[in-house]
Design a protein around this ligand. Structure first.
Ligand code: PLP
Length: 175
């Protein structure tokens, strides 16, 4: 299996969750990144936030052919930028030792996802998302509706994955 650094695993600080699609994974991580940044710079500055993507994406483009994760993360760290790696295809390829170098430096990103429903040929939909600090994601997406509360979650005996995904009740639509 794809070998991620310990910091991404439950045995380290991190954790993983299955999302439906990459778009859902990115929406969830954007929400966490937005909240983390707006907590730092103030909610009144939320309109100043910018999303950078590679030149194959629809946002502000940074031209490159191979994604140099380590140098990107070094710059991002300086500015407190959340780095998400959309490794839709290459994540599956990286189970092969000869391709693993494509994700060199991945220990410095905030989140990473790949689609098992592409080169792993699982049925639709299956996007594997890892986050380095699940608390940021959970804080952004958790719901506290009375009827969803339960002892197992509150005592932290179980991981409540409803708080790791977008749901109609989550705070995702709030400014
Ligand atoms: C296929 C693909 C997506 C979309 O994935 P979904 O799981 O269908 O949302 C996103 N990014 C890249 C690079 C892709 O190849």
């Amino acid at each position: 299996m794809l070998k991620l650094p310990k910091s991404f695993l439950f045995s380290g600080n991190g954790g993983g969750v299955l999302q439906g699609t990459t778009y859902e994974a990115i929406l969830c991580t954007f929400t966490a990144a937005r909240d983390r940044t707006s907590n730092r710079i103030g909610r009144e500055n939320i309109g100043k936030l910018v999303v950078y993507g590679l030149d194959q994406t629809h946002f502000r483009a940074v031209a490159m052919t191979v994604d140099p994760i380590a140098p990107l993360c070094a710059v991002a760290k300086e500015y407190g930028v959340w780095v998400h790696i959309d490794a839709v295809y290459v994540g599956s390829a990286c189970i092969c030792p000869e391709f693993k170098h494509f994700i060199d430096g991945v220990e410095d990103v905030d989140s990473f996802s790949f689609n098992a429903h592409k080169w792993f040929f699982t049925t639709l939909y299956c996007c594997c998302l890892w986050v380095k600090y699940p608390s940021t994601l959970v804080k952004a997406l958790s719901t506290s509706l009375e009827y969803l509360r339960n002892k197992a979650t509150e005592s932290k005996q179980v991981i409540d994955y409803k708080d790791w995904q977008n749901s109609p009740q989550s705070s995702i639509s709030e400014p």
